[in-house]
Design a protein around this ligand. Sequence first.
Ligand code: TEU
Length: 590
Amino acid sequence: MSLSSNAFEDNQVQRAWWKEASVYQIYPSSFKDSNGDGFGDLGGVIEKLDYIKTLGVDIIWLCPIYQSPQVDMGYDISNYKEIDARYGTMDDVDDLIAGLHARGLKFLMDLVVNHTSDQHEWFQQSRSSKDNTYRDWYIWRDPKYDSQGNRQPPNNWSSYFGGSAWEYDSASNQYYLHLFDKTQPDLNWECEEMRSAVYETVRWWLNKGVDGFRLDVINLISKDQSFPDATVLDANQLYHHGCEHYANGPRIHEYLQELGGILDSYNAFSVGEMPWVSDPEEILKVVGYDRKELNMIFNFDIVDMDHGASGKFSPKDWQMSDLKSIVSKWQTFMYGNGGWNALYLENHDQPRTVSRWASDSAEHRTLAAKMFATFLGLQSGTVFLYQGQELGMSNIPEHWEMSEFRDLETLNHWDELCEIRPDDKDLQVITKQQYHIKSRDNARTPMQWNSDNHAGFTTGDPWFRVNDTYDICNAASQVGVPGSPFEYWRAILALRKQMLDIFVYGDFNIIDAEHEDIFAYTRTFKGHTVLVACNFRQHDVDWKLPTDMKLDELLISNYAGAEIDEGIVRMRAFEAFAYIQKDHASLSRL
Ligand code: TEU
């Protein structure tokens, strides 16, 4: 398979409803509490459906609400067909589905089937004895013994949440695999009965009225069955990543075609989370239009751009050229190859964009939020917006102490660091700074509805501290207020709908690829061109407009319009705009 561009000339971009849709992601614990217990719930989501509709999205994706011990905030499911009492009841789910459908909105559940909670009945059975019929539903292996006869895990893989990926079970003298927390054992997709049970669960939810799924780490489900040791990249570490043996592993496409066949028969929406795979040819096997696996995937290239040599919590400066080549690669990949992109910058695992890559100062936060809306929202792909992103919410403030953090990834990392390097105070300081930049907790503070107590999120005691910024950044002060990030996002989403041909299906080209401050691109459809330019800096940048470009008719900007003098545009701090080239006047009819 060779990749090409110029889709429209090749006429290969197929139209589909899910390509034209935008998605709003809800983290239920932190969205809206309706019963005063301090946790967001389904009643809270139902209360806010009109808010979501006003924004102009088409679909909501709800992070897991299934029964769960909540070690990993619901990504540890103990029963796929029950709702966690924290969030409400199955009747609430029915009401939510009805409320969404009445408003013409669709509903995505989060499907976590790489692993379950260790409290799931399947695992309880599986660990009860080697002969149990569920034994094979999880991944059990014998220990290894070193030259001194000491018992060791079956291989050197590390868990994403610290330590070995294997947990010892003394009752059977075997280890089970857990790529995430030890309370999240990996399911064994080699086992046909297990797969059938997963497929039955998928059908059960689709029959209930769910319109599709976001599939958690779905590319990790097929592991190399010889479980080889991971390549050692850092000899100072005891355990190593090993993704080369399980990210898009040997049978991934077979499993995804089984699953995709079911989804397709319901015309369901699907987006798969796919860390550690950046090869477009491989991704195309998943999202290729004729492959019937998944509609689209979340790729990690952008959000991993500032992960340092020792992983997420080590610092790394990124260059504009990195971002340009990543965006260009994936935008081009869609054309002529029948692929499709999921566009995102934030989610419940990622920090807030304004703080991470721009500025959350009082002067610049709003401008930066709107600049990112322009940057992302006018690209080609399906747009995913995470709760609070539409308000320009920022990371947790720097003065918050470690005791405020809640996420197990951050807490485990901190415990491990303090244990392994107790005297390295410098490293501890740097790492704490990195938590303030990249911890998942940055995205998980309660949604800021208004300037009342607890930001209007709850009348009780919030499970997680509300960000100090709620008095200046909240929904009540933005909805209907011209110039607010909320209204800006609303305008961007409306623009996509109004000019579908160009913004959803049009061709994409990077302009001025070498420029280190300005991210500019064009969207083109049958000769009609829109120029989008974004200043990623918090200072003025004089940008020489490419000679074949003109700033004729303004479509949208976070300033009143561009300042141009003799072909030089003075791009102000975080300025962003989109202009149509006037000689293509018929564009407005597209
Ligand atoms: O995340 C998987 C993943 O690869 C990560 O981005 C991970 O969350 C982490 O941030 C790595 O640094 C998914 C879910 O989105 C996440 O919330 C869950 O904790 C995880 O799977 C396990 O189910």
